[in-house]
Ligand binder design. Structure first.
Ligand code: NDP
Length: 500
């Protein structure tokens, strides 16, 4: 097997360091790939794509299966790199990687069923046609990923794009380049060809990928960068998927299992130190159970501690995020809010302690902007109508959660969001057959599920005449009789109903 080094770069490139956010120690140095390096990676990927797309679905599934097995066998090694670059507790790293592997298995196992050529009804007017559609790979897909879930999030694009028959060039976050390289190295070790390439660097490298002529760009990151990515891709009409930020709400109904709701709220808000796009940031609680629920989350949050070693909450991976979290807490308190757990002192240099804010005015950034820290803002609501209206009032619309014994589905169906978990938090992300993505400032397009496979394809429609048409319409030989018969057929098919 030929092992092609997916990290190959032009010599003499500048480098940057990835740091351990728990200590600030250098984990490794990586090249800052420029536009020429990115172009070379895309060219290599395009060559590999020709081979990859010509494989049958079964053959591709076998190759992806080999990669999946290798990753699973080396899960410990991957978790080490993840913990070193993000600071996240090892158990969290294992869970994230395990979910990503499960998605890879689903994507490769379902690609044929979802994408292969299949028959579609041709309709009465075109009854003589046999119509079929196939979803074909686009070619080379560029993937730009964030640092918060540096395996699960980009793999939502990478695994589905590969399973659909594309090659991928991946630009990981500058905070987690080693993880991206680990993915590409294991891929090449398992498959033997550089179908998955990695380029490392800062924002400029990502911008170069947008302008590199890839056939689609899948971006996951902040809304602000998403807009830049879209603008850069617009120059060459490169289609984009934008998976951006969130300000997800959790709703607690009066009949909810409060113990489960409190557990979900605290984990959803503080897990991964709150650095979760679909993490819980806003909580709306029915007034009849508000006090009891608040007591429960306060007790649970007080048991948690952010720190090194055995702590269940790790550091804030991106240093500048600490200032955003501090600003949101300070703004809430300055406007009359109260911290019932944590508060201004909760924000340290690298770690932020759990913080629960109440009585916060609606115009505070703690309600309106993505905080991305182990904090949640909680409000009492009169009824579920108010909870739904407040949830839907955000410019973000990614995920959501509803805790209710009797009305979970009713409430969920009224939410203007991409995903909802009932009586759980973020569970939608672990179900591979469910599409994942948002609307509004949370972006557009879908990863995961059949929709996630189709995102990385184009539809090729074919219709074949299987017998002479009853009505010959698409010809200059069309007769008056055929036109009259078409009129009658239209009346029969579409002319009935309505008020007049
Ligand atoms: P950023 O927007 O800062 O960065 C995302 C990626 O874009 C990084 O790889 C970054 O590179 C790159 N980038 C930066 N500037 C440019 C540019 N001009 N052109 C192209 N690429 C560029 O996001 P974060 O890494 O801080 O990630 C956190 C954000 O991601 C949060 O808002 C979170 O909600 C969101 N997110 C959304 C998810 C979803 O599925 N909806 C899932 C996970 C996270 P570099 O790091 O080198 O600057």
């Amino acid at each position: 097997m030929t092992i092609t080094d997916p990290t190959a770069t032009t010599s003499g490139a500048p480098t940057f360091d990835s740091l351990d956010p728990r200590t600030g120690a250098v984990v490794a140095s990586h090249p800052v790939h420029g536009a020429a390096d990115v172009a070379a990676a895309v060219a290599r990927a395009r060559e590999a794509a020709a081979w990859w797309s010509a494989l049958s679905y079964k053959e591709r599934a076998e190759q992806l299966g080999a990669w999946k097995s290798l990753m699973t066998r080396r899960l410990d090694e991957l978790a080490d790199v993840m913990s070193a670059e993000t600071g996240k507790p090892r158990g969290d790293a294992m869970l994230e990687a395990a979910l990503a592997i499960d998605h890879l298995a689903w994507a490769s196992g379902h690609a044929r069923k979802v994408l292969k050529r299949h028959k579609v009804p041709s309709g009465l007017v075109m009854a003589n046609q046999k119509a079929t559609v196939e979803f074909r790979p686009l070619g080379v897909v560029g993937v730009i990923g964030p640092w918060n879930y540096p395996v699960f999030t980009p793999m939502g694009s990478i695994a589905y794009a590969l399973a659909a028959g594309n090659a991928v060039v991946f630009k990981p976050s500058e905070y987690t380049p080693g993880i991206g390289l680990w993915l590409a190295k294991t891929f090449v070790e398992a498959v033997g060809k550089p179908v998955l390439q990695v380029v490392t660097g800062l924002g400029e490298t990502g911008a170069a990928l947008c302008r590199s002529g890839v056939d689609k760009l899948a971006f996951t990151g902040s809304t602000a960068t998403g807009k830049k990515v879209m603008a850069a891709c617009a120059e060459s009409l490169t289609p984009v998927i934008i998976e951006a930020g969130g300000k997800d709400a959790l709703i607690v109904d009066e009949d909810a299992d409060l113990e489960a709701a409190a557990d979900g709220a605290v984990w959803g808000a503080c897990g991964n130190a709150g650095q979760t796009c679909a993490g819980v940031e806003r909580v709306y609680v029915h007034e009849r159970v508000y006090d009891e629920f608040l007591d429960k989350i306060v007790a649970k949050a007080r048991e948690l501690h952010a720190g090194d070693g055995d702590a269940k909450i790790g550091p804030i991976t991106m240093p500048s995020q600490v200032d955003v979290i501090r600003r949101h807490i300070d703004d809430a308190l300055a406007k009359g809010g109260r911290a019932v757990v944590g508060g201004a002192d909760a924000v340290g240099e690298r770690f932020v302690q759990p913080t629960i804010l109440v009585d916060v005015p609606a115009d505070s950034s703690a309600w309106t902007e993505e905080t991305f820290g182990p904090t949640m803002t909680v409000a009492k609501v009169k009824n579920m109508d108010e909870a739904v209206a407040l949830t839907n009032g955000s410019r973000y619309a990614l995920g959501s959660a509803v805790f209710s014994k009797s009305r979970g589905m009713q409430i969920a169906e009224r939410l203007r969001v991409g995903m909802t978990s009932i009586n759980g938090v973020i569970t939608f992300a672990g179900v591979p057959s469910l599409p994942f993505g948002g609307i509004g400032d949370s972006g557009f397009g879908r990863i995961h599920g059949p929709e996630g496979l189709k995102e990385f394809t184009y539809a090729h429609a074919i219709t074949k005449q299987r017998m002479k048409p009853l009505l010959a319409l698409t010809t200059f030989e069309r007769t008056e009789k055929a036109e009259q018969q078409l009129g009658k057929l239209m009346t029969m098919l579409h002319g009935r109903g309505g008020k007049h």
